[in-house]
Design a protein around this ligand. Structure first.
Ligand code: MF3
Ligand code: CO
Length: 289
């Protein structure tokens, strides 16, 4: 193409394209020709975008901190929802799950064999020995953040504690494997190898996602893929690492009554941690946890 090399770069830097992202685009094109999936410009975030997303993330993390302070035996998952709604709105944000594709609450609370998308309820009372994932997502000034943490309720068995610890390690290993000019499959392999080495299985059907401009944007992120597979990772990408790891079999089903809550088929526990990361030229930066 003859057009554009002296025009302002698509990234908004104000610099001429040939002095800004031309070499970057050529590098991506090289991988595309080799047959790899590559990202569109639209999903890439600038440093200014990241500053806005971090303000959203500050609210998200404040919610999870507040839940961590309050969570205890005898509490209902509706009370967790109240904490998240109140913390978010007081800080000027909007809970992203609320009314998202008819999701009725402000946060997901997934207990024991619930894999994800648990709906807070005043009928679900946390009991001694439960493990709970609280998955929080925030919108601030149109920018999205998303992270989740596990909480141990009272006296939790050693095997459940081990599951929770190992899944956190899986996320850490995935983070370290999320490098610019590598592939999402490199990250996925790091995640599932560690889960499998510990005798666990990784959910295949539900993955992570790009995030920041939208709640869920490209790419869809697998945690069962292998090194060299899936989308090329480039500086400017932002996505979640949020594997769902089961103590038993990987198979899951969705509650048909509400269309949301996902459970393990074998009834064994499942755990998940979620972080939101940004890819810089030097490696990954954790934006929300
Ligand atoms: N927060 C979840 C995620 O990590 C998505 C939940 S969708 C909802 O991607 F509607 F249930 F909130
Ligand atoms: Co997510």
């Amino acid at each position: 193409m003859k057009f554009g090399r002296n025009m302002p770069c698509w990234c908004g830097s104000g610099k001429k394209y040939k002095l800004c992202h031309e070499a970057f685009d050529k590098k991506i094109r090289h991988y595309e020709i080799l047959g790899h999936e590559v990202p569109d410009h639209e999903i890439l975030k600038t440093r200014e975008d990241v500053e806005m997303i971090k303000r959203s993330a500050a609210i998200n993390m404040a919610c999870l901190d507040a839940v961590g302070e309050a969570i205890r035996v005898g509490m209902t998952t509706q009370e967790i929802d109240d904490i998240v709604y109140n913390t978010t709105t007081k800080m000027g944000g909007i809970p992203a799950p609320l009314n998202y594709e008819n999701f009725p609450k402000s946060v997901c609370t997934s207990v024991n064999s619930q894999v994800c998308h648990g709906i807070p309820s005043d009928k679900v009372i946390l009991k001694d020995g439960d493990i709970v994932n609280v998955d929080c997502s925030t919108i601030l000034d149109g920018y999205f953040s998303d992270s989740s943490r596990m909480f141990l309720i009272g006296d939790v068995s050693e095997d459940r504690k081990r599951l929770v610890r190992v899944v956190k390690e899986c996320v850490q290993k995935g983070l370290e494997a999320s490098q610019p000019w590598g592939f999402l499959g490199d990250m996925a392999q790091a995640v599932h190898e560690h889960a499998e080495a510990n005798g666990y299985s990784v959910v295949r059907e539900i993955g992570g996602h790009g995030v920041g401009f939208e709640f869920h944007e490209d790419p869809w992120v697998s945690y069962v893929a292998n090194a060299g597979e899936e989308m090329l990772i480039v500086p400017g990408m932002m996505f979640t690492i949020e594997p769902m790891v089961n103590m038993g079999r990987p198979d899951i089903y969705t509650d048909e009554d509400n269309g949301w809550e996902v459970y393990t088929e074998d009834g064994k526990p499942s755990a998940q941690w979620e972080i939101q990361i940004y890819i810089t030229e030097d490696g990954p930066e954790v934006i929300c946890w």
